[in-house]
Design a protein around this ligand. Sequence first.
Ligand SMILES: NC(=O)c1ccc[n+]([C@@H]2O[C@H](COP(=O)([O-])OP(=O)(O)OC[C@H]3O[C@@H](n4cnc5c(N)ncnc54)[C@H](OP(=O)(O)O)[C@@H]3O)[C@@H](O)[C@H]2O)c1
Length: 323
Amino acid sequence: MHAIAIEGERLAWRETPAPSAPAPGEVRIRVAWAGVNRADLMQRAGHYPPPPGVTEIPGLEVSGTVAAVGDGVNGLTVGDRVCALLAGGGYAEEVVVDARQVLPLPEGRGLREAAALPEVFATAWLNLFMEGRLADGERVLLHAGASGVGTAAIQLCRAFGHPCFVTAGNDAKLDACRELGATAGWNRHEGSFVAAVKAWGGADVILDPVGASYLADNQRVLNADGRLVLIGLLGGRHADLDLGRLLMKRQRLIGSTLRAKPPAAKGAILAALHRHVWPRLESGEIRALVDRSWPIAQAEAAHSHVQRDANIGKVLLEVAGGD
Ligand SMILES: NC(=O)c1ccc[n+]([C@@H]2O[C@H](COP(=O)([O-])OP(=O)(O)OC[C@H]3O[C@@H](n4cnc5c(N)ncnc54)[C@H](OP(=O)(O)O)[C@@H]3O)[C@@H](O)[C@H]2O)c1
């Protein structure tokens, strides 16, 4: 098969051995579309190696068709149209994955849109509801609101009754976030978000991919008993934590990564998505926001687009394509 290899600074689409036959509990998927995630750029730059035992081929999510099924897999058969959450290997013509990390396409939704669902909706669900434990009506601050994860999280907040405030890098992105359901927003290039978020009422949960450069301000706007869920380090990894504020306001700081979780844990997140989010995708209440796609052989161009912070929502790579 063909797959993307990281060769120094380059991404090369070249002949690679296909993954071996699915073991018990696994399926082989013929890939139609692969999603691009910020993590792929970090892996390529050498800052985010695959977990032990996982292929070096990048790619955390795909859509496609089931091509083979291992022993003991129930509910999936050859020819099914599916999407899957991966630990790696999505930038390829074929991938083998634990069946618990596979979901059917939402009814009425195509393969292209489905490739944009698994990673960002699983991340948003895990961190808002499972780690962040959002309770009725609680308020959310989402940084990088126009990112893939942000555009999924905004829609989950709207659908489940949580007012959300977003930060983003320009006004067009803020407009897109408001259209998806964000209640208010702040352009991060116009200074600190603190006054605006405080005037809005503060946040009970913050979903933060930025880290160090936002830590102090995040603590200032986090309400008593609030949860700061750290999911990335776009703004650095070392910062001072105000332990006084943490203690007196009973704030909680939670670190969270999806990729290294075992298949059973990923399966639990996908089962929750299937139950709570798939019906809303089928009704059209929630959608995957696809920014642009490129043929897989032009993965380099797709990565530069994301690197420039130019995307609103998801960027995709067309492998076999189709809808
Ligand atoms: N922990 C996990 O399990 C997990 C899973 C998935 C994703 N993530 C993380 O979540 C984040 C979003 O992922 P994605 O693939 O959806 O990203 P994406 O679509 O590439 O968007 C990332 C956005 O972050 C903003 N940004 C970049 N550098 C920044 C900085 N220094 N300070 C503040 N904002 C900055 C930019 O938007 P603006 O210019 O509009 O602000 C950029 O477009 C990434 O950090 C990713 O690593 C974590």
